[in-house]
Design a protein around this ligand. Structure first.
Ligand code: ADP
Length: 487
């Protein structure tokens, strides 16, 4: 079984609805992801940033302390007479500066302080690996003193003089273990902040999503009302935010256009029904007259039958025009663009009016440049030329003269039809192109008019994108023109 277009559309809408995530959720998740990532990256990098800063400060601090200890040792050491006293001085400097101070032999043995001098803190004895590192640091550095960090401490080292035939070094160390503690604490704090930020972002994103979604929801409700035929909705009312206001303006524009089209359609139906009714009534009454009165009187019967024929012709013309106009409005069939010999085509259309010059004394004054070609839909342009010439015939003056010209110009060719009639009032000019517009004066016209002629001209020319217009002076006549582009 084949699914109807409407069912398919409904199914598509349902699938789309299921697939599309709400703006509310999108904004909230975007916020949450950003908050989470920020917290995650902070927890990853922040401790290292802190550690780096601390380490730099510690190095400077250890360098200062090391230098100060060295200067003190140099100054006070000169007055010290025994090694025990020197040992005590070093121990004292350790305590005062809150660092470990040693004088080491090049093989890692401790020269000062003596182990027995240590009171509560046990002294380290083996420095072989530390001295290896220290000497390599000193070798790499042109300065006399070096400052560097290991896993656990920040070290200040300096080469002293030889003692008992071995090189001695000043070794000042400050522990960095407290840094790991700081980093652990920082990480915990950052995670707390992350959770807090996450909660705040939840609240903020909910607010922002609400601000975004609210006008859309309101617009949706209005669109539903509009779809049900309520043309009084104002989409701009209560809309805020540049894009939403722009959307509301577009919807208001669409509303106006649709309501105009709706009004025109209703008018068209009303007018068409009215125009159908008149000839149908005539046909019916004349047919009754033939049946009841004139059937047996040939002269009268023929007269009545002629009226029926004329009214039937009027109906046919009306049906054709309505069909043509609705085809043009809906774009059915599109444009069948072909190369047209416009000069010959004008004569061809004019031939259809020849009977008027023969029977009613109309004069067609023609001035057509030869060999003008254009690209257009032949049938539609034929209709345009026919309607314009037909109108000129209908509305021209007593002299029954109609001027037709086709002249080359820079852009292509200008076709114009001029009559000598009453002309069109200036205020009526913009309205004559509308469907069913008819000037207030009723005419008895030689070419049957349906009131749709000019709106067919307008639609057909607008489909092609051709320029057209009218210039008219009251009492002098009108000139309708069309500019045909070059091939
Ligand atoms: P119809 O001629 O059947 O009434 P049209 O759409 O062809 O319908 O024309 C609309 C109206 O424009 C006419 O009723 C008439 O008032 C005005 N009009 C058109 N052509 C001319 C013309 N050449 N001179 C004066 N008025 C015209």
């Amino acid at each position: 079984m084949k699914k109807s277009g409407k069912t398919k559309q409904k199914m598509r809408e349902r699938v789309l609805e299921r697939k599309s995530t709400s703006i509310y959720f999108l904004v909230w998740s975007a916020f949450s992801v950003v908050a989470f990532l920020t917290a995650f990256l902070c927890s990853l990098f922040q401790p290292y940033v802190i550690k780096n800063t601390y380490e730099r400060q510690l190095s400077a601090d250890v360098a200062n302390k090391g230098n100060a200890i060295y200067v003190t040792l140099e100054r006070l050491g000169a007055g010290v007479t025994t090694n025990e006293q020197y040992s005590a001085l070093i121990r004292h400097l350790s305590v005062v500066n809150n660092v470990e101070v040693y004088v080491l032999f090049e093989d890692g043995e401790v020269l000062f302080p003596y182990p027995e001098i240590s009171d509560e803190i046990p002294l380290r004895t083996d420095f072989s690996s530390e001295v290896t590192e220290l000497t390599s640091q000193l070798a790499q550095n042109s300065e006399r003193a070096v400052v560097y960090s290991t896993d656990k401490e920040c070290i200040y080292g300096l080469a002293l003089s030889e003692y008992q035939g071995k090189m001695t070094y000043l070794y000042v160390a400050e522990s960095t273990e407290f840094l790991s503690e700081i980093m652990r604490e920082t990480r915990v704090k950052i995670w707390f902040i992350a959770v807090f930020v996450f909660l705040v972002s939840f609240a903020v994103s909910s607010g922002i999503a609400g601000l975004l979604v609210d006008p859309i929801a309101r617009m949706r409700e209005k669109t539903n009302r509009f779809a049900r035929g309520d043309f009084s909705v104002d989409f701009l009312d209560g809309a805020y935010g540049g894009e939403i206001v722009a959307l509301a303006q577009t919807l208001n524009f669409a509303r106006d256009e649709i309501s105009k089209a709706d009004k025109m359609q209703k008018e068209l139906i009303a007018n068409v029904s009215h125009d159908f009714k008149t000839p149908l009534t005539m046909i019916k009454s004349y047919a009754s007259m033939i049946r009841e009165i004139s059937g047996d009187i040939p002269q009268k019967r023929n007269k009545h039958a002629l009226v029926i024929e004329e009214e039937a012709d009027r109906l046919t013309a009306l049906v054709n025009d309505v069909l043509e106009l609705s085809k043009l409005a809906s774009g059915i069939g599109g444009l069948n663009l072909v190369e047209i010999d416009l000069s010959s085509y004008v004569y061809e259309v004019l031939n259809r009016f020849e009977y008027l010059s023969e029977t009613q004394g109309y004069q067609f004054i023609v001035d057509v440049d030869e060999g003008i070609y254009t690209r257009a839909d032949e049938l539609k342009i034929g209709q345009v030329l026919y309607n314009l010439i037909g109108n000129a015939v209908n509305y021209t003056g007593e002299d029954k003269r109609v001027f037709i010209s086709l002249k080359r110009d820079e852009v292509g060719a200008k076709f114009s039809v001029r009559d000598t009639g009453k002309g069109i009032k200036e205020e009526e000019i913009p309205t004559i192109w509308e469907r069913y517009y008819r000037s207030s004066d009723a005419h008895k016209r030689p070419v049957k008019g349906t009131g749709l002629g000019l709106s067919i001209v307008k639609s057909a020319l607008e489909c092609h994108g051709f320029i057209y217009g009218v210039s008219s002076k009251e009492g002098k006549g009108s000139e309708f023109y069309v500019i045909f582009p070059k091939l």
